[in-house]
Design a protein around this ligand. Structure first.
Ligand code: NAD
Length: 498
């Protein structure tokens, strides 16, 4: 059986810790490889490689750094089918969805091709008598990224592209569930001209994460995953003097106003609720129709759509969604559905018994639809991360707005309406990081920034966009005066501009 190791100093390195984790084909339930789980010494070797490579890379002018990403983007496009297949085979999502995962990462690589402009400094001539002042952005040194299983191409690229373009070296610790694509991305970056050691991929679990969080040579950590781990990584990184941005879980609501086009809203809920089997941090998991009539009409439209979802392995080109990532994920989602039934929510479409002929051991769960969910239920409070949509009926707009406002998470939210006043009021008052108006999954494009509020995010700078350039650099401000501008004699008073 294939054993996936690490990618350190520009080469594949076999794991030496003796600890491994299984990598499954979620459609068949078969173990297709094992992945090495790094020891502290293996992580330290990756950091040593990064430390040796970083000064020269930082001194490489930004246009040359940008050119590596121009070539990398071309290579990603050339290898799109191969990368998507590799990704789907370990994650389970459909091939077209896997391409979306890759392209959304590729777009951030396109964005950082603008690094010569993005990282330009500020300069003030004549800030005082004969005084000039300028602020420069310098790389933080060595950055690290810890990524989740659900976007094994996009999220690593969201992290390493801006970090590397800014002149840092980078340690990527991908999810142990689907480690092959991150390693392939590192190989392609070497082919694009990135010097060895600038990007190292270290596979592992909590132990590798802890080694990153306590390593004195790593200056900044970016994390994406579940909220308890995000909170832990944020706190531990900060305790160890590191800059950190940590993005967590979600429970994204979609408000459907009585004036909304209900066909559009139902279609949006299908894609946003069941696409990628609900394993997206921006998935819509709660639909909030406003008014009984809207709710009844929406349920009437959704039931046959959920019942006719096409579920299949990634090799089925017509599948709407695939299996969940692991048997544990399948068991967890199924038990949460059981819990919803116990709590009294009405399970109007039950996908628990779903079996696919020829794939009986796959980690599938059929699409589920709950009606009459209430805010006190566990299935409302918990991120299910599966193909389960909950309908919470609201009497009016204020009651609907109150639901996402009071929820623990604050990643994404959407409103479906034709009423500009309602949409504007909603976008202005809601306490959530990414808002869609007639857009179910409002993931900002590469040149804006991505990030939630409340328990969906810890730290103050978001992913990609100009925030990412700020996160992966430090500001240094220089005040200069040449001898001809210096008055004779010592100055004892604090200089001011009064
Ligand atoms: P996870 O938290 O289990 O794992 C994320 C990373 O943390 C992995 O690399 C994993 O190896 C590591 N890890 C796991 N347990 C750890 C521990 N005890 N200590 C230290 N590190 C640990 O998340 P997941 O299941 O891979 O991904 C799904 C979660 O990620 C969902 O909650 C989803 O909402 C969230 N997510 C959030 C965003 C966002 O931008 N907010 C994007 C994608 C996914």
């Amino acid at each position: 059986m294939a054993e996936i190791g690490h990618f350190i100093d520009g080469k594949h390195v076999a794991g030496t810790s003796g600890r491994t984790s299984n990598v499954y084909n979620p459609a068949t339930g078969e173990i297709q490889a094992t992945v090495s789980l790094a020891s502290d010494a293996e992580l330290a070797a990756a950091v040593a490689s990064a430390k040796a490579a970083q000064p020269k890379w930082a001194a490489t002018n930004p246009q040359r750094r940008a050119r590596v990403f121009i070539k990398f983007v071309n290579l990603l496009n050339e290898h799109m089918d191969e990368l998507a297949t590799l990704l789907s085979k370990e994650h389970g999502k459909t091939i077209e969805d896997a391409k979306g995962d890759i392209v959304r990462g590729l777009e951030v690589c396109e964005f950082v091709i603008g690094i010569p402009h993005l990282a330009k400094s500020e300069f003030t001539e004549g800030a005082g008598p004969n005084i000039d002042m300028y602020s420069i952005r310098q790389p933080v040194g060595i950055g690290a990224g810890i990524t989740p299983f659900n976007f094994p191409a996009m999220i690593p690229m969201w992290m390493f592209a801006p970090a590397i373009a800014c002149g840092n070296a980078f340690i990527l610790k991908p999810s142990e569930r689907d480690p092959s694509v991150p390693i392939r991305l590192a190989e392609l970056l070497i082919e694009a001209g990135l010097p060895a050691g600038v990007l190292n991929v270290v596979n592992g679990d909590k132990s590798a994460v802890d080694a990153i969080l306590t390593h004195p040579d790593i200056s900044a950590v970016s994390f994406v995953g579940s909220t308890p781990i995000a909170r832990y990584v944020y706190g531990t990184a900060a305790m160890n003097g590191k800059r950190a941005q940590c993005f967590g879980g979600a429970k994204n609501h979609m408000i459907i106003m009585p004036d909304a086009d209900l066909d559009q809203a139902a279609n949006a809920l299908m894609g946003a609720g069941y696409g990628s089997a609900g394993e997206r941090c921006m998935a819509i998991s709660v639909a909030v129709p406003v008014g009984e009539d809207t709710a009844n009409r929406l349920i009437e439209k959704l039931v046959p759509m959920v019942e006719s979802l096409r579920i299949g392995p990634y090799t089925d080109e017509k599948a709407d969604m695939g299996p969940l990532v692991t048997k544990e994920a399948q068991a967890r989602v199924t038990s949460l559905i059981d819990r919803g039934v116990e709590e009294g929510a009405k399970l109007v479409v039950d996908g628990r018994g779903f079996k696919l002929q020829g794939y009986e051991d796959g980690f599938f769960v059929g699409g589920c639809l709950f009606d009459h969910v209430t805010p006190d239920m566990d299935i409302y409070k918990t991120e299910i991360f599966g193909p389960v949509l909950s309908v919470v009926r609201a009497k009016n707009y204020e009651e609907a707005l109150d639901l996402p406002m009071k929820h623990e998470y604050g990643n994404g939210v959407a409103i479906y309406t034709r009423d500009g006043d309602a949409a504007r009021d909603f976008a202005s008052r809601i306490n959530i990081g990414m808002v869609g108006v007639n857009v179910p999954i409002p993931v900002p494009l590469a040149y804006h920034s991505f990030g939630g509020w409340k328990s969906s995010s810890f730290g103050d700078l978001n992913q990609h966009g100009t925030d990412s350039i700020k996160f992966w650099t430090r500001t240094k401000t220089v005040t200069s005066r040449w001898p001809s501008g210096i008055k004779a004699g010592a100055e004892f008073v604090m200089p001011t501009m009064r």
